[in-house]
Design a protein around this ligand. Structure first.
Ligand code: ATP
Ligand code: MG
Length: 469
């Protein structure tokens, strides 16, 4: 490393991290930053966490930082979390992992005072580097991680089959790094990813979910990786397996269901949130179940509802939060709803979904259209644009589309003698429907009039009819 590079790197390391390294060094221990933060620093990316590795044992770490707040939850595995300048940092003793009998985690760990042995237990060569700012040691890179970074190729440390057998999650981590960094996976490692994918069955859903989320949040939703390793994705979401190669026999679709999904994902804007990305990933997952053939033509009647049900099941199984499950399921269920660019129609959708979800639905529709044949694509995209403009107008004008925007409320109805209970809600909803349709303006005077002259007489009529019937 030349001196400019050393200076540049040392400037990038945050002050509290340097303080931890210095404190351990002064106490006579070795200490390095290690793993992802070194990788990201070399790539010129900003690391989001800084891990420190040391030959000090957990008790020695605690003694060195006895003046700081420390957490001992990971102590058994060698990790002490040290609070420095109000931030937590994981300081871990050099470690050798014991045998892995469950393909998830080592049966035991052994501490060592040899940094190279610690680097050996790490998953990929680019994640097996350590660095320390002081003295002349600089970068420790025994497995040629820098070469992996400069060539853009991910390789396991050691034999891929063995490394994946130790911890199956590494298979998905390889895909995740490939997606985040736009890297390829080295041939032996890639072969092993395909061959050993069944090991993912033993991994906790939470850990799988975290990696899948990172893949989807990568540039282009990780599409090149999802395409090349679709078998691995189908291993963790079996419902997707049925869409791979599923021909649609439909003039709107030149691609099979999965390839259409990938083209749609590729069209997702870079600032789209996870809900949009998950909804695009899963929007057609029910198509194989809904498929019928009418002569030469394929149909998928009712597929949004089936896809919605499967989405609910898939996301629940992946232990997503209730918020993610509810919102994504709703988006998938509504993804094919008819778009009519009128104020009334947009208001009805707003009423059902709310503005935030409707904006997401517009993005999803655009991605869906872009993943289809170019036939009438522009017209269909223009319609979405028009819908969006109407939505903006409704919000800007503070137009009424929900009960709370209505110029009357339950109290107004109680005041004219309507008894408390369901009837109040029914009348208010009818008023809202009239306002949304444009039949009546949203003023108290107009609404009370329509309640007295139309809604109440109509509801009496209905009650009499029902009684007589
Ligand atoms: P990120 O940018 O998401 O933080 P990372 O590589 O830093 O990526 P971490 O989970 O923070 O991932 O792990 C820190 C380091 O610990 C890794 O760089 C790697 O050296 C090692 N590591 C993490 N998970 C594993 C694993 N499953 N098997 C082997 N080594 C791992
Ligand atoms: Mg990290």
């Amino acid at each position: 490393m030349d001196t400019d590079m050393v200076r540049d790197w040392n400037n990038k390391i945050p002050l509290p991290v340097k303080r931890i390294l210095r404190r351990l060094d002064k106490a006579g221990f070795e200490a390095y930053i290690v793993g992802g933060c070194v990788r990201d620093m070399i790539l010129g990316r900003t690391p989001h966490d800084w891990d420190i590795t040391t030959d000090a044992t957990p008790d020695q770490i605690l003694a060195v930082f006895k003046g700081n707040q420390c957490f001992e939850v990971g102590k058994e595995h060698g990790t002490i979390t040290v609070m420095m300048n109000g931030e937590p940092f994981e300081v871990t003793t050099y470690r050798i992992d014991g045998t892995y009998s469950d393909n998830r985690r080592p049966d035991s760990v052994e501490f060592t005072n040899n940094l190279i042995q610690d680097l050996q237990r790490r998953d990929f060569t680019m994640n097996a580097m350590a660095y320390r700012p002081e003295d002349g040691v600089g970068l420790v890179d025994p497995y040629n991680g820098t070469e992996s970074l400069s060539s853009g190729v991910i390789s396991c440390v050691g034999k891929p089959n063995n490394r994946f057998a130790e911890d199956g999650l590494r298979i998905l981590r390889a895909l995740r790094f490939a997606a985040q960094l736009g890297f390829a996976i080295e041939k032996d490692t890639a072969d092993s990813v395909h061959k050993k994918k069944y090991l993912l069955d033993k991994i906790s859903k939470e850990r799988i979910n975290a990696e899948l989320t990172k893949i989807l949040m990568s540039g282009h939703c990780g599409v090149p990786v999802l395409r090349e390793y679709s078998d691995v994705i189908a291993q963790v979401i079996p419902e997707i397996g049925a869409t791979i190669g599923f021909e649609q026999h439909n003039p709107y679709h030149e691609y099979d269901v999965w390839e259409h999904t990938l083209h749609s994902l590729d069209a997702v804007p870079h600032d789209a949130d996870l809900y949009v990305r998950l909804a695009v990933l899963l929007h057609d997952v029910g198509k194989p179940i809904a498929f019928t053939m009418d002569g030469e033509r394929g149909h998928f009647y009712g597929h949004p509802v089936i896809s919605g049900e499967l989405t609910h099941k898939i996301l629940t199984n992946l232990k997503c939060s209730n918020e993610v499950i509810t919102n994504v399921t709703q988006l998938v269920t509504f993804h094919d709803v008819v778009f009519t660019p009128t104020k009334a129609s947009v208001k009805r959708l707003l009423n059902k979904l709310g503005a935030e979800q409707l904006r997401r639905l517009f993005i999803i529709r655009e991605c869906d259209i872009k993943g289809q044949t170019s036939f009438a694509q522009k017209d269909r995209l223009d319609k979405v644009k028009e819908m969006r403009e109407i939505l903006d107008w409704i919000i800007e004008q503070e137009e009424c589309f929900q009960l709370k925007d209505l110029a009357i409320n339950g109290k107004d109805l109680l005041a004219i003698g309507i008894p408390e209970g369901k009837e109040i809600g029914r009348i208010l909803n009818m008023c809202l429907a009239y306002v949304i349709d444009g039949t009546v303006d949203n003023t108290k005077e107009n609404l009370m009039e329509i309640v007295q002259t139309t809604i109440i007489p109509l509801s009496k009529q209905t009650t009499i009819n029902t009684k007589e019937g």
